[in-house]
Ligand binder design. Structure first.
Ligand SMILES: *Cc1c(COP(=O)(O)O)cnc(C)c1O
Length: 284
C-alpha cells in the first residue's frame, strides 16, 4: 500500500505524501487505520460504530462491512434534513447497506472516551473515528514508507481524534507535528494520553491561528483551500486540511523541510462545497 511522495513547487514549497491516492474506498487516514481490520479474520457478523452523519470513518467502515459481508449499524445524531437528500459520505454509506440509528439508543458508558474495541459475541464495536490501538498496524506502514524515503523532514498531519498522528510519531524517528481540528489542544492532549501514557512519545501540537469549530464554515479557509488547489493541482479535504495549512502558514512552516500527509477524505467535500456556496454567494 505504498503511496507516492510528491514535490510541490511554486507558490507553496513542500513535500506531499499522497495517501489520498490509496484505494478510493479506504483512502488516506482511514486506509491506514482500517488496515488491521481488512487483513485480519475477525469472527464477527456485525460491526457497530458511532459519530457524525458526515464522517469519513462512517463511510470507510461501511465499505469494510460490505467487503466482509458484515451487518453495519451506525449511531449518530439524526438530522432529518440530511437524511431526506443524502449526499457524500452519508449517501455512499447508506448505499452500502448501513443501518442508521439515533445516538441516544447507543448503550455504552462514555462513547466520547471509548478508545478500544469492544467485542461481544459476534458483534464488534469500533470507537468513533477508529481511535483504537489496532489502528496502528496500518499507520506503522505509513511510517515505514516515510523512513524509506529517507529525507530529513518535519512531518505534519491535521488531527481529529489524534490517533493517526500519535501512532505515526510512535513509529517514526522524524518529528511529527499536528494541530487539533476537533476540539482544542487540551482535548487532543487527552486523546493522546488515552492511547499513550508517556508524553515523550506524543506528537508536537501546533496551536491554530484561531479557534475553528469543526465542520463550521470559514470563508478564509475555503479561499485557502481553493488557493492550494490552484497552486498545487491537488484537491485537499475541506474539513481538516485548510485548518492544517492555516496553522502551518501561521507558524511559517510551509517550506521544503515540510512533509505534509494528505489523509484523503475527499468524498466529504461534496457536501462541504455545497454548504460553502450556499453560505457565501461570492465564492463560486
Ligand atoms: C479521519 C480523518 C482525519 C483525522 O484522523 P485522526 O486519526 O482521528 O486524527 C484527518 N483527515 C481526514 C481526511 C480524515 O478522514
Amino acid at each position: 500500500m505504498d503511496s507516492p511522495i510528491q514535490k510541490i513547487e511554486g507558490k507553496y514549497h513542500f513535500y506531499l505524501k499522497r495517501d489520498d491516492l490509496l484505494d478510493p474506498r479506504f483512502s488516506g487516514n482511514k486506509a491506514r487505520k482500517l488496515h488491521f481490520f481488512l487483513k485480519s479474520d475477525l469472527a464477527i457478523d456485525t460491526l457497530i460504530s458511532y459519530g457524525s452523519l458526515h464522517s469519513n470513518a462512517m463511510y470507510s467502515l461501511s465499505e469494510l462491512a460490505k467487503l466482509k459481508k458484515w451487518r453495519f449499524i451506525y449511531y449518530a445524531p439524526i438530522d432529518e434534513k440530511a437524511l431526506q437528500n443524502p449526499k457524500g459520505n452519508l449517501a455512499a454509506a447508506l448505499e452500502n447497506g448501513m443501518e442508521l440509528r439515533s445516538i441516544e439508543e447507543l448503550d455504552i458508558d462514555d462513547p466520547n472516551r471509548l478508545s478500544q474495541l469492544i467485542q461481544k459475541g459476534s458483534t464488534l464495536l469500533v470507537p468513533e473515528g477508529v481511535r483504537c490501538k489496532e489502528a496502528q498496524t496500518g499507520v506503522a506502514l505509513l511510517a515505514k514508507e516515510i523512513e524509506e524515503w529517507g529525507e530529513e523532514a518535519r512531518v505534519f498531519l491535521p488531527s481529529g481524534t489524534g490517533a493517526t498522528a500519535l501512532f505515526l510519531q510512535k513509529y517514526l524517528s522524524l518529528q511529527v507535528y499536528t494541530t487539533p481540528c476537533v476540539g482544542d489542544e487540551r482535548y487532543l492532549k487527552e486523546q493522546f494520553f488515552a492511547l499513550e501514557p508517556e508524553s515523550r512519545y506524543h506528537p508536537t501540537i501546533l496551536p491554530p491561528p484561531k479557534r475553528y469549530r469543526f465542520g463550521r464554515l470559514y470563508k478564509e479557509l475555503f479561499l485557502l483551500w481553493r488557493d492550494l488547489y490552484q497552486h498545487t493541482g491537488v484537491e485537499f479535504d475541506l474539513l481538516y486540511d485548510p485548518v492544517g495549512f492555516a496553522t502551518l502558514l501561521h507558524h511559517d512552516m510551509v517550506d521544503e523541510r515540510l512533509l505534509y500527509i494528505h489523509q484523503g477524505g475527499l468524498k466529504g467535500n461534496e457536501t462541504m462545497i455545497e454548504r460553502y456556496k450556499a453560505k457565501f454567494a461570492t465564492i463560486t
